[in-house]
Design a protein around this ligand. Structure first.
Ligand SMILES: [Cu+2]
Length: 233
């Protein structure tokens, strides 16, 4: 077994190989003159195969991906992955913040005296709490669904910030929605006079209803810009 496979871990090898294949298909072609520009750096690499970064390579031992690094540095003949490079920034919240920061940095009008990435981070933590930690007890009604959303500690605070705010967005979708405060969360009731919609509400349940609408993306950007508290926070 070649070194890079060993590094990737035998259990993940098939997935890694499939991912490499898929990414290689999607990756943009190398710019003309690439090998000329980086010829000197390619001298010690296996076959001098095109590296995965678009820009100048930082150093002989600093490949952007663990998949190209070991084989190259050991001078072994590695599979050719073309111009594949990693696209995943890490966790979803990390990626969401990275995207927002890139938007702010690309916009010359960004007012850095107001930018508040910490507030966006707090909101993404709330989203994590509500999505993954909150307990949702769903009770079907004749015309919709009633959901007791509860939790402990930070989860309760996140529920009380996010769920009532979301109910205001649901009204825009034509459903009747309301919340009542509970000691450890919120009771959300969503109904419709249309029997088809009522059936759908029961099927959607807590998170199916929470993901309705596309307000998070613009709210996240506004929050990062310091222009509003997301969800009227
Ligand atoms: Cu959000």
């Amino acid at each position: 077994m070649s070194s890079w496979f060993w590094k990737a871990g035998a259990a993940g090898a098939a997935i890694v190989a499939a991912t490499i294949y898929a990414a290689a298909q999607m990756a943009p072609p190398m710019a003309p003159g690439y090998s000329g520009m980086h010829g000197a750096m390619g001298a010690g690499a296996a076959g001098g195969h095109p590296h995965m970064m678009e820009g100048p390579r930082p150093g002989p031992m600093q490949g952007p991906s663990a998949m190209s690094g070991p084989a190259e540095s050991h001078g072994m003949s590695a599979p050719r992955f073309g111009s594949m490079r990693p696209t995943m920034p890490g966790q979803d919240a990390f990626g969401a913040i990275q995207e927002i920061v890139q938007i702010l940095q690309a916009d010359p009008a960004t007012d850095w005296s107001k930018v508040n990435i910490a507030a966006l981070r707090e909101h993404l933590i709330d989203m994590n709490e509500v999505t993954l930690r909150a307990k949702a007890d769903e009770r079907p009604l004749a015309n919709g669904v009633e959901i007791a959303v509860t939790g402990k500690g930070r989860t309760v605070a996140a529920i009380k910030r996010m769920v009532p705010a979301h109910v205001r967005e649901l009204a825009k979708l034509g459903w009747s929605a309301k919340t009542e405060d509970l000691p450890d969360g919120v009771k959300m009731t969503v109904t419709s006079a249309d029997p088809k919609e009522a059936l759908k509400l029961k099927a959607l349940g807590f998170l199916g209803i929470m993901v309705q609408g596309g307000h998070h993306q613009p709210h996240h950007l506004m929050m990062a810009r310091g222009e509003m508290g997301v969800h009227q926070r």
